[in-house]
Design a protein around this ligand. Sequence first.
Ligand SMILES: Cc1cc2nc3c(=O)[nH]c(=O)nc-3n(C[C@H](O)[C@H](O)[C@H](O)COP(=O)(O)OP(=O)(O)OC[C@H]3O[C@@H](n4cnc5c(N)ncnc54)[C@H](O)[C@@H]3O)c2cc1C
Length: 315
Amino acid sequence: MGTGILVLVETDGGVPRKTATELIAKATALGLGPVSAAVIGPVDASSLGGVKVYQVESAQLAHYSTGATVKALQALVAAADPAVVLAPASLNSKDALPRLAVRLGAGLAVEVTDLRAEGGQLVGKRPIYAGKALVDVKVAGLGIFTVRPNSFPGGVAPAGSAQIVAVDAGITAADVDTELVEVLAPASKAVDLTEADRIVSGGRSLKSKESFDAVVRPLAAAAKATVGASRAAVDAGYAGHGDQVGQTGKVVNPSLYIALGISGAIQHLAGMRTSRVIVSVNKDPEAPIFQYTTYGIVGDLFEIAPLLQKELAAH
Ligand SMILES: Cc1cc2nc3c(=O)[nH]c(=O)nc-3n(C[C@H](O)[C@H](O)[C@H](O)COP(=O)(O)OP(=O)(O)OC[C@H]3O[C@@H](n4cnc5c(N)ncnc54)[C@H](O)[C@@H]3O)c2cc1C
């Protein structure tokens, strides 16, 4: 087995996503040996600090495809030879990393929300049963851990400039097993829900798309937050499918989650329960969401949301 921690860096237009520095900083603080990074495609490594960056570049990797990506990751892990691989719990990770784990004979711990070193080994904490319980996970041999975005604050990589090591993964057109038909840009320029540090979500109680737009979106703008929604709100057409938080929507992990008129069904909680601070507005004092709420406001959201918006806009 190898040594140290390899962090898989995801990029957006060649710029490392926020999760890259979150994971590199945490990996460094764990003190479990050398920290290196792995990246597919072009990267501006200036924000990654002094870590060694293993990089695979290929025209076949211009767009995500499972076969080519897993082959590239396999070559990157072989080059770095780590004891642990850390990756963001992203959509692509969900697709590629179980296959990578099988190919490498590695153990896989997904959706981890905390990491610690114990006896020279990495221990991950992850929610199970839709967030009802937390378990510690250790992996014997090579371990791959996917970590929810925003699990670690700060995200400042160690000082120094990255040293890039080019890796040849031998990728050919035959490895590209999907065809890209079209890329649909999201309507909003806000930070993606899964990485958002602040979220304002609305539920069925908003009653119409017009009032969702008039109440939830301005509050989100004032809070510099991304808009989310319950499934009931999405099914009713108040918000898009990409905005749904929960078991069949997106799992989010912000430092602030404001829930407006959301009851707190188990399927919604499964997607947002690990949020650091939860503020709930509900006119029913018995609403289940209050059991998981840091600051609860019993009241009519149509009165409370504008007050919150005014306060937030003043700061
Ligand atoms: C297999 C499965 C998967 C699911 N996946 C998801 C998922 O991913 N995400 C998800 O969200 N749900 C999911 N659901 C649905 C989930 O069970 C709930 O039905 C849904 O979350 C309810 O949405 P809601 O809280 O907006 O609506 P409701 O449960 O109807 O709650 C509305 C709340 O608003 C309050 N309210 C009403 N008017 C006001 C007002 N004026 N001011 C303040 N409060 C007010 C009410 O007191 C109530 O608590 C799933 C269900 C199933 C079966």
